[in-house]
Design a protein around this ligand. Sequence first.
Ligand code: MN
Length: 245
Amino acid sequence: MAKLDLYHQKRDFKVTSEPRGKVVRGKAAKRKFVIQRHDATRLHYDFRLELDGVYKSWAVTKTPSLDPATKRLAVEVEDHPIDYGTFEGVIPAGEYGGGTVQLWDRGTWMPQGDNPQRELEKGQLKIVLDGERMQGKWALIRLKDDKPRFGRKVRHNWLLIKEKDDIARPGEPETLAGEVTSVKTGRTLEEIAANTRKRVWHSNRPAKAISQGAAKLKGAVGAKKKTRASSSSRRAPRRPASRRR
Ligand code: MN
């Protein structure tokens, strides 16, 4: 399977405003990282590290902790396109990952060793972050996989751990929990949701909806000309069931 296939399969780009994106060729001088706070079924932090043209991605279940003794569960998810790193907005309800996405941190990262691909495969990646909220040394350590259970996908669980350095705050696990605004726009999740709703309803709707409304009005007022029963036949085809989750 090609690198972003899973990402593309899970989304209907006719419905969501998330970027389609593609694998970026060539070597990045500085690797980017981003964290998107995502108010979906459960609030979580999507941690993404640029590597080989895509974002390697994990869903971290709680606010990352600056306390080296406080390990955070990070569930491995599909690679995301680099374009995703600037996305902030609302994924429509009912779509994959439906909910509000906020840019919670961004910056660059460096591997502590010299072969991050290899470390990732081995399940022990050590990095240095240079972000607005997260800095210094961190480690991602893969746990043993759960036994596969019928009807359940095997998840690869990792731990995100702050390593001891000047930035670490031993004994203060929730230092970053009070950071609730976007590093891009300063907005809270609620403000992002409210703004996006407004935009979706007022300007993001295709002109079709307006002309249909006008046709209805004409029919009601004019009553002479028959309005064509075109609205149902014009509706977009249903997308395959496999896309819906
Ligand atoms: Mn997410």
